[in-house]
Design a protein around this ligand. Sequence first.
Ligand code: CA
Length: 658
Amino acid sequence: MAARTPRDWKEWFESERFAAEYTYDGMLGAAYTHAGTTLRVWAPTAQAVDVRLYAAGDGGFLQAQLPMAPGGRGVWMLYLPGDRAGQYYTYLVTVDGESRETPDPYARAAGLNGTRSMIVDLAATDPRGWQHDRRPAAPPARRVVWEVGVRDFSADPASGVRLSWRGKYLAFTQENTTLSFDGVHPTCLAYLKRLGVTHVQLMPFFDFGSVDEGKNLGRQYNWGYDPVNFNVPEGSYSTDARRGEVRIREVKQMVAALHSAGIGVVMDVVYNHLYRWENPFNACVPYYYFRQNEDGAPSNGSGCGNETATERPMMRRYVIDSLVYWAKEYHLDGFRFDLMGLLDVDTMNAARAALDALPGGETILMYGEPWRGGASALRAPAADRDHLAALDGRIGGFCDNTRDAIKGGCFDAAAPGYVNGGPEKSWDVGAAVAAWCRSEVLHPQNPGQIISYVSAHDNYTLWDKLALTAAAAAGAKPDYDRMDETLLAQNRLAAGIYLTCKGMPFMQAGEEFARTKRGEGNSYRSPIGLNRLDWARAGRFHSLVDYYRGLIALRAAFPRLGDPSRESADAIEFFCTEQPVVGWQLAAAPGDGALWPAIAVFYNPTDEVRSAALPAGPWRLLCDGSSASLWRGAELRVADTARLQPVSVTIFGRVGQA
Ligand code: CA
């Protein structure tokens, strides 16, 4: 048979006949029982598929090669009798005379570097007590997400984590760790419990391809936005990447430990592309899973050479199956979609419905980057910032408008935002307060669709950005280590804004202790020394950490701030203030448990003391811009006039019963 061209494939895959004959909704992958395992793979364009069996995940010898039988709708099947847990396998798929050996796209376990799949008895990977593990309750009003990479979390020798667990999943399970074992300054899990965040978002921990799991990790580093096996945990974060079941158990142990600490786990998912063009999808069904340009060539909206075609039924199904699998098997609490703007609206909404259908599934977070990395051949409505109204109201997007208004654009280090020399951004900051629900710039259905933030793994850390902008203005070199009072005040104001904004707050790990990457704006493959959390710095900047802690708790004490309803955004009353000061008040909702009947909030980005009129009070001072915990101490009453310190957020609570 003559080999079909990419354009032939495109026509065939997008034809009604293909969808009618081959769309398949039954089980795929390895269906394991103690008595036997059935393997099923969807390969409708293949002329033959064989299963190859191996004793090990890498190396060793081929044990057997067995032909699969066609089972209708493009599915090939093989039944393997006996208990096959631990059996490694691949498929040999022949399309138009060309045979490719590949792992199973639906693999749930794999050997070293994910090149061979493994049949796994998932029940046997459950840690002790796993059946009692539950998602912690985190009502919207309390939600704050803290983003970290698995390895970055604990790789620092000062982390207090035992050597063999540093940089691994298991580091999250070690309790009561302190800075260099000093017994005083909490690190890692102990630190997180104290900080008060409700969710930890973990950078990719599905099996990615840019780190060789068989080599010493010392000099290797990559964030991992390069998927190989979507349904298998990454091996380099496990204590044994050669035994497929180990990484599965260790991820579950990590999740259980975070859950025990009352913290949910959000997984960063990168369904928008695959690491290489030679991948399990293309080996099984060439071109099917990938979006194609008119000439059939792969579209490259990811900037990584390919993008998945979620509008094609079997790719859409794959994404949904994968999400449901992680949510059920690993008890995950949320998903963060990388380049969500490359996924279509229908896929995202179907995924929301599928997660909602799980027990307690409505609490599972879904949000992502509402943009893409380049031009895309996607014709259906995209899950991007222009389609917030078409997306389910419980799917959110990172808000670069809020981010850039507060601290300046990401790509020009010198560009200031509201807190660091750009007072003209006051209007945007006001829009950010109401999560853009009352603007013409974005059209979210409700504040819950907006992620309010100023820093994430991409681009400069907040501290570096502030240091770079200040240095550019002064014509000086940035100093990332000095505890500069101006930068600290700008940092506190930035946090004071997004942690009082509507929307769901999100922060990069270490933002709260002036994390630096020494001006590196894209550290995706920089050394671990630059990427890892510097726990000694967390000790040095402890007063900034305390400020974040106070703000996070203050936000939780006034639930209407985090209320995702549209009404709560409409209820904000802005004051007439002298520019560039921004001021507003918000009344508590009846019975919402707020500590104060109303709060009044002022942002002063100028380097002078300013005053502003307060509505009829009396009021008490909750935060003066330096301390966010005044509300825990003796009542400091204020009436009529608010005194606003330079470069500060000032928060008042109305005195009286809420
Ligand atoms: Ca890997």
